[in-house]
Design a protein around this ligand. Structure first.
Ligand code: EPZ
Length: 431
């Protein structure tokens, strides 16, 4: 198992290319199941989650190809992939695969909409909380699907096709909104989704579905309207830049000081997080090539944060921000309102000497002038990168174990940071 060794204390200077968003690429890839024609996606990040999803949709009959450069392709841009689901050969998504990546549960929507049936394993819990799929099931039922739970599988049927309907989510859910949109595209008649997620990745999926021939309006607002169509076709679509990767590197610079251009980053995708970072003392400016972030000296000011659905402060940046607050000049509070158990990083941050107290959904962080490197263990994707951020500013050496979590969502993290002056390297093999 690979590890990452970091010697802290170096400022970051240079530029970092921001990749395509993992959380947009995954639903876009799943959308390829909706059509017999080819969906071509550009700027797909090279991540283990992407490779795993290719295998999963491959089981259903998607023929996937990687490669082929575009004339206008930027240096360091992600892969171009072609996905062709000419024939769906299997409508079952097995436990072995769905349990490895929750988002693969979303295949239930295109399989059901196109084939009239799907059998998809319940994903089970994960490190950040129980994460049920009841709202996704509710959405499919609102479109006329018959749902049974059989031996750990959700069995969904709509032999005469799905019917448009009203889906009113009692809670904002990104996966629920993706699922509802994909299913409703091929349903008979009109669908309205109320209290829809407004995340940029939802907008990106809707844009791509519309290029494929869907009729979706309102994506990015809390009410989405969809008129079902008989069939969808192929399309070409570029994955939007990863706002979580952007925010993560911005926090790394806020932590270490320095001056970095985040190439290809878009401020509008994470304005609330940027506002918070500015209050901590980070300077941020928009340039033609991306976002420039810098901090030259001065202290890190403590700022209180509450996670919320978009456009609020993203839960996927909570752990990274906590790492930053561990070195703030004072006390801060972080409230996690999206997932009930997304504090696995706290015990690992404490190993750096951080002072954090948990009280229900709130963490109280007493900032310290210095942290000390330590052996730590990655527990989930965003938690693991928070340990990297802490290590970049800690005195001495840190070894981060179980970095396969990082590889799920950060392409070439150690190379991108090393090019900016960080002392960071991957150590391969057993320890
Ligand atoms: C997406 O997960 C992201 N994953 C998550 O990123 C992200 O943290 C999350 O949205 C919130 O922004 C992908 O896009 C692949 P939700 P998702 O449905 O869709 C509850 C990462 O690190 N809920 O918006 O699964 C749920 O338990 C990952 O990249 C139900 O109760 O999240 C949570 O409390 C981690 N019933 C809340 O809603 C349901 O049926 C929001 O979850 C569905 C969700």
């Amino acid at each position: 198992m690979d590890r990452i060794r970091i010697t802290g204390g170096q400022p970051l200077n240079g530029s970092i290319m921001i990749g395509g968003a993992k959380n947009a690429a995954l639903p876009l890839m799943i959308a390829s199941l909706l059509t017999r024609e080819t969906l071509t996606l550009y700027n797909v990040p090279r991540l283990s989650d992407v490779r795993l999803l290719m295998r999963i949709i491959g089981n259903h009959g998607v023929d996937a190809g990687i490669g082929g450069k575009r004339v206008d392709q930027r240096e360091g841009e992600g892969d171009s992939i072609t996905l062709s689901a000419r024939d769906i050969v299997d409508t079952t998504a097995p436990y072995e695969l769905v349990s490895r990546m929750r988002a693969s549960f979303w295949v239930i929507a295109p399989l059901l909409a196109r084939m009239g049936e799907a059998r998809v394993s319940l994903p089970g819990g994960c490190a950040i909380g129980t994460r049920p799929v009841d709202l996704l099931i509710m959405a499919l039922e609102a479109l006329g699907a018959d749902i049974d739970i059989d031996s750990g599988y959700v069995v969904a049927r709509a032999p005469k096709g799905l019917q448009g309907g009203l889906i009113r989510f009692p809670k904002v859910t990104v996966g629920g909104t993706h699922t509802a949109m994909m299913a409703a595209c091929l349903a008979n008649g009109d669908t309205v989704i109320e209290n829809a997620a407004c995340e940029p990745e939802v907008v990106d999926l809707a844009l791509c579905l519309n290029k494929m021939g869907a009729k979706i309006s309102g994506a990015g607002q809390s009410r989405i309207e969809i008129t079902g169509v008989g069939r969808l076709g192929g399309a070409h679509h570029e994955v939007l830049p990863d706002r979580i990767e952007t925010g993560t590197y911005a926090m790394a610079v806020a932590m270490t000081g320095g001056n970095v251009l985040l190439e290809g980053a878009r401020a509008d995708l994470l304005q609330s997080a940027l506002d918070v970072l500015q209050k901590t003392g980070l300077q941020i400016s928009e340039e033609a090539a991306g976002l420039r972030v810098s901090r030259q000296g001065g202290v890190i000011a403590p700022v209180d944060v509450t996670t919320a659905p978009f456009p609020g402060f993203p839960t996927d940046l909570q752990a990274q921000f906590m790492a930053l607050m561990c070195r703030a000049d004072g006390t801060s509070h972080i409230r996690e309102t999206i997932f009930e158990n997304r504090f696995m990083h706290v015990q690992e941050l404490v190993r750096f000497g951080a002072r954090i107290k948990l009280d229900g959904e709130t963490a109280l962080i007493e900032g310290r002038k210095s942290l000390k490197g330590a052996p730590v263990m990655a527990t989930d994707l965003r938690a693991s990168v928070s340990l990297v951020i802490a290590a970049l500013a800690a005195e001495g050496e840190t070894m981060v174990h179980r970095v396969y979590h990082l590889d799920r969502g950060f392409e070439e993290l150690e190379k991108k940071l090393a090019r900016c002056g960080a002392l960071i390297e991957r150590v391969s093999g057993e320890h």
